[in-house]
Design a protein around this ligand. Sequence first.
Ligand SMILES: Cc1ncc(C[n+]2csc(CCOP(=O)(O)OP(=O)(O)O)c2C)c(N)n1
Ligand SMILES: [Mg+2]
Length: 661
Amino acid sequence: MVEKAASGHPGGAMGGADFIQILYSEFLKFDPDDTTWSHRDRFFLDPGHMSAMLYSQLTLCGWMSIEDIKEFRQWKSVTPGHPEVDIHRGIENTSGPLGLGHAFGVGAAIAEQFLVSRFGTQVGHHSYLYISDGGIQEEISQGVGRIAGYLGLGNVIMFYDANDVQLSTKVGEVTSEDTALKYEAWNWHVITIDGNDEDQIRKAIADSKTVTDRPSLIIGRTVMGKGAVKADGSSYEGEVESHGKPLGKSKASFEKTIENLGGNPAEPFNIFPEVEAYYKEVLDRKRAEAKQSKAAIASWAKANPELDQRLSGFLKGELPKLDLTNIVLGDNEATRNASARVLGYLAEHVGNMIVSSADLSNSDMTEGFLKKSKAFTKNDFSGAFLQAGVSELTMAALCTGMALHGGVIPVCATFFAFSDYMKPVLRVAALMEQPVKFLWTHDAFRVGEDGPTHQPIEQEAQLRLLEKLHNHSGKPSFLALRPANSAETVYAWQLLLETSDRPSGLILSRQNITDFPYTKAENMVLATGVQKGAYLVHDESNLPDIILVANGSEVATLIDAVPMLRDKDIKANVVSVPSEGLFRMQGKAYYDQLFPTGVPVFGMTAGLPVTLESLVRDNGKVFGMTHFGYSAPYTVLDEKFGFTAANVVNQVIELLNQNKI
Ligand SMILES: Cc1ncc(C[n+]2csc(CCOP(=O)(O)OP(=O)(O)O)c2C)c(N)n1
Ligand SMILES: [Mg+2]
């Protein structure tokens, strides 16, 4: 594959082949005719560069063809350089950024335990993870190892392909850690074996399956480029060069290596007849086992029709009938508090939501959910809250893994400034189109006294970039909503719940926000506009002099400025734009309706000006933050930074005067 594509990673794949072959043929529970079977075992690959190993195995399973693997790394092939989630071909996750794949696997294992605890062990399965030196070194493995150990995830069996080689050096040149001790300290069951010895692999997996109260790590000492030889027949194993270079382009000989492995270099894509016959037998056995498993589940379903109906609803991603508009909201509340009220409602009405916080539940207000549920603890998944500890990246990846597993609705929360720690996962969750829900509170410099480290500035612009980046289904890859008040928060939450084809998130305020000057009922009706991404919150005139636009708490500041502008004979309409991405999807006619041609637009944002700049035309301007912020009470910062109605008036007058020149 690598040789034909003239690019790729042969070495790791050759060393790991023994393990994956034994895992798939002798242990992994799957139905060859139904890759989407919800209760199948999962295999999560972490080192995506070992895609050739996975594709070879999937070909043996009948889910890929020889033609597919001949097209390795080519335009529109189903065999891209790094695997991209493709359940119909047995690929459970996209992998490439090292560390994420095994984190997704642990997330899936948490989802599985959640379902087992509610429906019984007949719906249970294992998550097999495959990690390499790179993944072990990535910081995320600390969070994943700690949480899997803490929760005692006996359904996790992770193979560590320890081949002593990485991309540019030998492993010994960057670490001297005792990996076994490290994982043991996290409460893992650890076995070290020769990872190329079939019997040792077999025994290690079988032994690990008997350990049900904690995760297992099988450290397999493997040989990089196993079987590789040079033209003179001497060994070319264990070489750094074989990490990412086709053998023929390295000091090894491709032909001699194929010969050495017992193949015919003239027909490198040939599957030996005895292998074909063996896999026919394997797949027949899998079919029979899956049939048996499905029959057991069917008889459980017959005996427990209500539970079965509930489970099917979960697995299909169905939502119960909800009416968020009935939630009683407070007056002039922070949007994080309005979100807490929604979460309290969801805790009571949505049986498969799992909420997680990175040690901020009493601040990001996910405690609204937690108070009506309880946290997962060791071997107890009867609750629905994951206390992730301080590990935002891990938490986001675990939630993404839960989404990949299916059957649950994962939500995770932290401060908006720390969304930076989650970015690598946001990107891959967006690429994989997984409906993870993110809650980010403390949305602006108005966190005040905590100072610039905690004051998000450029973070919203980063999310808006993801809204502009289209996924492979041609849609904005992310939906980010920054509601302006409690009523908008309710509708924004509604959108999050309805968004099942990509990740989405809310950006919520820490500080209280003055409600718009209408009745509660009027505000609720107005806020239905959130469903279009932007809407008119104040309609002064159908021939306004200026249109004011913002999202989040800046909208209230703009509304405050309206009567002051009126006093100066300036008619101002106000538009709230909780999501530019969603707004853009409504088409030009709606854009023109909110922003009629010729009328200047003034935007205000607590983020970088670029956050709103694409909404204002040449005759408009955006007042935003262009520095990191400072530590002081937020009311002082509002004054100092110019986030006041009085400054809106000054800015608008300046803009209108400028336009006259
Ligand atoms: C987050 C991240 N950083 C860097 C890389 C580039 N990269 C790909 S594989 C690799 C290390 C390979 O070592 P190992 O995981 O041991 O794989 P092997 O060389 O044994 O195949 C690196 C640095 C990456 N894919 N992801
Ligand atoms: Mg390695």
